[in-house]
Each structure stands twice: as C-alpha cells, then as structure tokens.
Design a protein around this ligand. Structure first.
Ligand SMILES: Nc1ncnc2c1ncn2[C@@H]1O[C@H](COP(=O)(O)OP(=O)(O)OP(=O)(O)O)[C@@H](O)[C@H]1O
Ligand SMILES: [Mg+2]
Length: 244
C-alpha cells in the first residue's frame, strides 16, 4: 500500500515535472564542476541548493540559464528535451536567471535596466507600451519593497537596492522558472524578508524558483522559504530530499 502510494507520487512527480536535469557533467579544463547530476523541479516548488564553495551550484544555474553548455547529460522542459544554447533560448522557454554578479548598466535608469534584455523591448511598437511597461516596472519594484524613482540612474543606488533591481529585472520577463544565485548575499534583513515574501507570492501564482543559498543554514538557521533542498558536494551526485 505504502509502496503503491510512493510509486504514484513518483509517477505524478515525473508527469508534473517542469524542468528535469539528467546526468549533467561539466568540466572546466581539468576541473570537474559537475559529475552526473540529476534533479527535477515541479510547478509551484521552491528549491534550495546547498553546497560548499566550488560545489558546482552556480554551474547548474548557468546551464539551466543557457550560459554554459553541459559536456554530457540532458535537460527536459515540460517533458521535452531542450538544447539551451544561449540565454535567449532559455528565456524563450520562460527561464530567467539572477546571477551572483550584478549585470546592471550603472549609467542607465532603473526603467531602462528593467527593460534591457526583455523580449518586449524588441517589439516595434515598444514606444506605445512605454507607460504600461513603466507601470509594470513600478509594480514589480513595489512588490520587492522598492518605492523609487524609476528614471534615476542605477549607479547612484545602494548595492542592496541594485540587487533587488536585478531580481526585478528577472521578474519583468514573467518567467515560468527563476534561478537565483545567492540572491540575498548583499541584502539587509528587511530586504531579505521582502524577497522571501515575493517568493511566497510567486509560488502561490505558481512561478518556480531555485534559490541558491550556499551557507544558508549557517546564516539563517532553520528559516528558509524552500520546500525542497539538495546538497552538493564538489563534483558529486546530488541527493534530493524534502527538508523537515
Ligand atoms: N568559467 C569557469 N572557468 C573555469 N573554472 C570554472 C568556471 N566556472 C566554474 N569553475 C570551477 O567549477 C567549480 C564549480 O564552480 P561553481 O561556481 O559552480 O561553484 P559554486 O558551488 O557556485 O561555488 P560558490 O559557493 O563559491 O559560488 C569550481 O571549482 C570553479 O572554480
Ligand atoms: Mg556560486
């Protein structure tokens, strides 16, 4: 009976799977960053990937985001094998990545940064949508607790605010799945709480996240917004589990 339920749960997990990574291996020269890594992500789930420095957490995020190509293994998006050869191909699948390093243009306005890289900015009628996009930007920023003038230059803002804008930039794409690489590293306590609230709201809306908090347990004890976590050891296989 118990094994029937378990089998059913596994079957449901496979059929509801949004993204599955299978047997990923990635080498950088002589460094084996990933060796036979498999993970699955369902709709509405928040995952947290834990591991020491160099364990390969960012490499997984970069492969999912189309920045790196795996040497071996495959990615399945909604059950279909996908070759995510570029950031733009990953975006087309609805995948957004907030990288560890800030990628904002400091001399441009908050609004311009939020529109950069967005598919909608390539719309020939983009000017007509200016007001609507500005309203969307303001709404996304408010959700992150930012009440700021979107016409001001990003370079004049604090690093914590810039990190929230980086997160907002990913959310502006209305992604189906978001990978956050150490999203709270530069945030203060209040900003972290806002960010976690946004995760919970988006989970309710059935957006997906995969936050990467390498020393999360150490820094935050048992408080974490994720439902699932996986532990990485350098280059090793990733056991998968549901935290207590
Ligand atoms: N572009 C690259 N060129 C060469 N080696 C790389 C590159 N990217 C990652 N590596 C190496 O691959 C391994 C995994 O790196 P990765 O950045 O994925 O680890 P991480 O778990 O994110 O670590 P951290 O907690 O420090 O962010 C490390 O040994 C790293 O030095
Ligand atoms: Mg990293």
């Amino acid at each position: 009976m118990e094994s029937d339920t378990k089998a059913e749960t596994t079957t449901q997990r496979v059929s509801n799977c949004m993204l599955e990574i299978r047997h990923l291996t990635k080498n950088f020269g002589a460094t084996r960053a990933l060796a036979d890594v498999s993970l699955s992500f369902l709709e509405g789930e928040i995952h947290c990937l834990l591991g020491e420095n160099g364990a390969g957490k960012s490499t997984i995020g970069k492969i999912i985001g189309g920045l790196h190509k795996a040497d071996a293994g495959e990615l399945l998006f909604r059950g279909q094998p996908v070759a995510l050869n570029s950031i733009s191909e990953a975006r087309t699948c609805g995948i957004a990545v907030v990288y560890q390093e800030l990628s904002l243009a400091p001399d441009l306005s908050v609004r311009a940064n939020l529109q950069l890289g967005s598919h909608r900015s390539r719309n020939p009628f983009a000017r007509l949508r200016h007001r609507q996009e500005a309203d969307e930007a303001i709404a996304v920023l408010r959700g992150l607790g930012l009440e700021i003038d979107i016409e001001q230059e990003v370079g004049n803002l604090s690093v914590a605010t810039q990190q929230l804008i980086e997160i907002a930039k990913a959310l502006m794409q209305s992604p189906q799945l978001v990978v956050f690489d150490e999203p709270t590293a530069m945030l203060g306590a209040v900003e972290k709480q806002k960010f976690f609230e946004v995760l919970r709201v988006l989970r309710k809306k059935r957006n997906r996240f995969h936050p990467d908090y390498p020393s999360y347990r150490r820094r935050h004890g048992g408080r974490r917004p994720s439902q699932h976590h996986a532990q990485r050891t350098p280059g090793g296989f990733v056991p998968y589990g549901i935290p207590s």
